[in-house]
Design a protein around this ligand. Structure first.
Ligand SMILES: C[S@@+](CC[C@H](N)C(=O)[O-])C[C@H]1O[C@@H](n2cnc3c(N)ncnc32)[C@H](O)[C@@H]1O
Length: 258
């Protein structure tokens, strides 16, 4: 049977690379923070199409990319034939041999159902002293975008949608890491306004790509006008002369398995 993490069935790996390549493009500082060394074993959790997995491999590390989406892994294998990728679930994965580091960019906030289970799997995948280096959405991430969604849904008489993400505060996530057997060595929480250069249709394109599940309960005829309304509502906060700017807030950390 083909395994697909439930919240992931909408990922379109081709569109992801062509329109949302900025996600991995912003990952370079995180690879610097990881500082992979030749010969190290690194696991890239939620690797997507493998762009950062390949960056890590170029630094001489042995890296395995895992992702819950078949379409992402298929794309990763096609683009990086010499590297190792596998389909796996962040809530429930095991490894045969411990890793020196687990890396994760822009993926942990998608594992919203049980963040402690994810942290537990990461801990078990690491040797003692191994590093967990990651960046995810933090509290307040995309607040203007999601406020526009809520208002538009309300105006159309639709039930308030449940957002699929987990955007923790630094204190909350640090506590989870500490309780989960990690020592937090670095934790940064910062605004990262992000140009949506590849989204000619602004917030509407963003909703389709990243929050497509919200449209599940929307009558098909209402989708277009609803998304147009999202754009109108989001525009004052997010539309600049140069284009759309998403109001991203990031949480970046480096922790060590005790
Ligand atoms: C925004 S993409 C980031 C991909 C890549 N790390 C990058 O920087 O481009 C988020 C990724 O997390 C993956 N993901 C979400 N939930 C997951 C889960 N429970 N287990 C494994 N991967 C998951 C998605 O399939 C998707 O590829």
């Amino acid at each position: 049977m083909r395994y697909e993490t439930p919240s992931l069935t909408r990922w379109n790996a081709r569109a992801y690379d062509s329109s949302f390549g900025y996600v991995s493009a912003h990952g370079a500082p995180l690879v610097e923070l990881l500082d992979p060394r030749p010969g190290e074993r690194v696991l890239d959790l939620g690797c997507g199409t493998g762009v950062l997995t390949a960056d890590i491999a170029r630094r001489g590390a042995h890296v395995l990319g895992i992702d819950g989406s078949h379409s992402m892994i298929e794309q990763a294998i096609a683009h990086h034939p010499g590297l190792d990728f596998t389909v796996g679930d962040g809530y429930d994965f095991t490894v045969a041999q411990p890793y020196d580091a687990v890396f994760s960019n822009a993926a942990l906030h998608w594992m919203s159902r049980d963040p402690d289970a994810v942290i537990g799997c990461v801990r078990e995948a690491l040797r003692p002293g191994g590093r967990f280096v990651a960046e995810m959405g933090g509290a307040g991430n995309c607040a203007a975008l999601t406020a526009a969604v809520f208002t538009a849904w309300r105006e159309y008489g639709l039930r308030e949608p449940e957002l699929p993400w987990y955007f923790p505060s630094p204190a909350e996530y640090a506590l989870r890491l500490e309780k989960g057997g990690f020592t937090v060595r670095l934790l940064e929480y910062f605004d990262r306004p992000t140009p949506l250069d590849e989204c000619p249709n602004g917030a509407a394109d963003w909703v389709r790509m990243f929050a497509g599940s919200l449209l599940d309960r929307v009558p098909p005829a209402a989708v277009e006008p609803l998304l147009r309304r999202v754009n109108e509502l989001a525009a004052p906060a997010l539309r600049r002369e140069t284009g759309w700017m998403a109001d991203y807030v990031r949480l970046r950390f480096a922790a060590e398995r005790r």
